[in-house]
Design a protein around this ligand. Structure first.
Ligand code: IVH
Length: 682
């Protein structure tokens, strides 16, 4: 027998919450993402049919409406304290000394007799957050602010899936959970890449990005960015910090948080005495770089909650805790010169040549500068003393100039007008963030193009690495990707450090690559907007390079997953006679250009009978592409929201359609949910 909606809806909500907890809190999912999405879709559909059964704590409400204007101020009923800092071992020992003295005084014994028990937690480099729960339901999320007053960011907090909208099991009627909202490294990198492509200023680090995101007025865009959270404290409504319903220790509190379904950073450890604490800090000094999020230190807290009361707080921080901070991964040095690197598409990216400097154990002499706009915004100049930073294992970057040390004769840096490699003009398209060398035979572009052509995702010619590519270009053996197929064992054997054997091996690899699937060649050609996936889609649909070459843009666009941008780019690439010539030379050399057409079968039509409206801007694809995907899966796309609309797909800067959908109770899908839907269905 099927359940009635009034039973099915709460059942689905519990199931979804349980699976979210398994996923986020325990990292141990029981079901696949698509099964999870099915539950969510079913719940959304039921709630759309029965708007009277919709409640604010439903997981479908994670993307809520937008706050009318700005953020309201909230008063924290218990002050949100900050932490005192320790920068080295003596600082840590001094902290322990103070703790033991205070405890000894209270117990009437000598400090030497006391061994304090601490809990060491990783210090999350994010933004502290206060979550208010009433009868186990999340009713408010607030930033720390000045510790007394914060900002009401409930709308944004609701979009963070690591934060439970409802707690499991026994809860206090009114209580607060505190923790840290942070950006996982991957999500942060993705965000900055997207901003770079959109020519928006980049966030300097995940912490700033988290703070900026929490202060965004558009919850739908917050939800897309992939923020996460770790919780570390319970505060009860009567204002007693560190309320632990079970046993009065911090460890019990962390365990309680997990039972409720909150995400707790799992690497904490109980430490007996300060030596143990120091060992923990040492252990994580290097190891922390392999974590998927940034931590800048270790928070050391007394475990016994009664002892915390004995120690008390100052006006700013508790006396029972301290934050040990690892030495900064930053250093200052002189920026000798700003040079420009030319990529495969001709994109010119400035980078910094530095006075070599030691940062966190290694010497660096080159650093990235992001894009020219960023460089101008920060006004970084040649000759400046600059702050350089190394975050984890990523490439070092220039944070900004130290203005007080700027030489008097310094001048603002300008993007050169000529390509540093070939002298051709550097041009910037009107709506582009990047400058490009337009000379398609620029040697730098040639090198990068060759590297791409032979790379693993393209022709996969093993043994033809960067050094060798440079050599064959410098020797004049190769001036186009087609020339690779004219190389012989004899010409190769003349190169430095190239034995007869390895030359023969390489030739074998080159020969073998002629039989590659056609998509590899297509990807290797380096047509803008055609990556590995795009190449596969085109090859499957058309079957040969020749068919693609002959296809008008309208035909290209009809291909599933090919949008107008890719279609246009493919068309204009093949319109260029030199490119057609190149394909001809490759074909003549014996490289396969004809494969098999793999016309996608009509396939399942899982979205049949569902009507979609798309609003706002999607990051991953154009609206046209999104519509094409929906239609390929049997769904219908219309322009206006009505009661018949099954889903409104909400991109960034959605307008009145979102309001209308909300008024009509039409279910919404944010971009991640939409992408999951179409990915799992195809
Ligand atoms: S405990 C009264 N634990 O660090 C205790 N804080 O520098 C308050 N932070 O404002 C904080 N990770 O935003 C605690 N495991 C952790 C933490 C942590 C990061 C932040 C928190 C605090 C700041 C102080």
């Amino acid at each position: 027998m099927t359940m009635k909606p009034a039973e099915r809806i709460p059942f689905l909500r519990r199931e979804i919450a349980r699976h979210e907890e398994l996923y986020y809190t325990h990292a141990d999912p029981e079901i696949s993402d698509s099964e999870f999405d099915q539950l969510m879709l079913e719940l959304k559909a039921l709630e759309t049919e029965h708007p009277d059964l919709l409640t604010p704590d439903s997981p479908t409400q994670r993307v809520g409406g937008r706050p009318a204007e700005g953020f309201a101020t909230v008063l924290h009923h218990t002050q949100m304290l900050s932490l005192d800092n320790a920068y080295d071992e003596p600082d840590l020992r001094a902290f322990d000394e103070r703790v033991r003295k205070a405890l000894a005084a209270a117990q009437g014994v000598s400090a030497a007799e006391i061994v304090a028990t601490y809990v060491c937690e990783l210090k999350i480099d994010g933004l502290s957050i206060s979550l208010l729960y009433e009868d186990g339901r999340l009713v408010r999320g607030a930033t720390r602010g000045d510790g007394i007053r914060g900002e009401d960011v409930t709308f944004n907090v609701r979009t963070i899936r690591a934060i439970p909208l409802r707690l499991n099991g026994d809860v206090l009627p009114r209580m607060e959970v505190r923790g840290e909202v942070y950006f996982p490294r991957k999500a942060f990198e993705r965000l900055n890449t997207e901003r770079e492509q959109a020519a928006e200023p980049l966030f300097a680090n995940p912490r700033n990005a988290a703070a900026g995101t929490m202060r965004t007025l558009d919850p739908a865009s917050v939800s897309k960015r992939g923020l996460s959270a770790w919780m570390y404290q319970i505060v009860d409504a009567t204002g007693v910090a560190d309320a632990a319903p079970v046993e009065p220790t911090h460890v019990a509190m962390l365990e309680q948080l997990r039972t409720w379904g909150c995400a707790v950073e799992p690497h904490w450890r109980r430490a007996t005495g300060i030596d143990d604490v120091i060992a923990f800090c040492d252990e994580w000094r290097e190891k922390r770089h392999s974590l998927p999020f940034e931590t800048d230190g270790v928070v050391v807290k007394l475990d016994d909650l009664a002892q915390r009361v004995t120690l008390g707080t100052t006006s700013k921080f508790p006396r029972w805790a301290t934050a040990f901070k690892y030495p900064a991964q930053q250093a200052t040095t002189v920026l000798r010169k700003i040079e420009v690197n030319i990529g495969r598409t001709g994109a010119a990216t400035p980078y910094a040549v530095l006075e070599p400097v030691l940062v966190a154990g290694s010497t660096i002499s080159l650093a990235t500068l992001h894009n020219p706009d960023d460089l101008r915004r920060k006004d970084i100049r040649e000759g400046d003393t600059v702050i350089v930073e190394k975050a984890g294992d990523v490439i070092p970057r220039v944070v900004g100039p130290v203005l007080s040390k700027r030489p008097e004769d310094s001048r603002e840096w300008e993007m050169p007008t000529a390509c540093p490699v070939c002298g051709g003009a550097l041009v910037k398209g009107e709506d582009e963030a990047v400058w490009r060398c337009e000379n398609s035979s620029c040697p730098a572009r040639l090198l990068r193009s060759l590297e791409h052509f032979v790379s693993r995702g393209a022709m996969n010619i093993e043994g033809l690495g960067e050094v060798l590519v440079r050599q064959v270009v410098e020797k004049g053996l190769v001036s186009s990707v087609a020339d690779i197929y004219a190389l012989t064992a004899d010409t190769l054997a003349d190169l430095e450090r190239m034995g007869k054997k390895s030359a023969a091996k390489l030739i074998e690899q080159i020969e073998r690559s002629k039989q590659n699937d056609v998509w590899r060649l297509l990807n290797g050609l380096g047509i803008r907007h055609v990556g590995e996936r795009g190449a596969q889609v085109l090859a499957d649909h058309f079957g040969s390079v020749e068919e693609i070459e002959a296809a008008p843009p309208a035909v290209l666009e009809q291909v599933r997953e090919v949008g107008p941008v890719m279609a246009h780019s493919v068309r204009s690439w093949f319109d260029e006679p030199r490119n057609r010539d190149l394909v001809g030379r490759l074909r003549a050399a014996g490289v396969r250009t004809v494969g098999e057409r793999k016309v996608a079968p009509a396939g399942p039509q899982p979205l049949a009978g569902q009507t979609f409206v798309i609003t706002g801007t999607l990051d991953a694809m154009s609206r046209d592409d999104a519509a094409a995907r929906i239609e390929a899966l049997g769904g219908k796309v219309t322009n206006s929201v009505s009661r018949k609309t099954s889903y409104l797909v909400v991109g960034a800067e959605a307008g009145s359609k979102l309001e209308k959908a909300e008024a009509l109770g039409v279910a919404t899908l944010d971009e991640p949910a939409f992408l999951r839907l179409i990915m799992n269905e195809s």
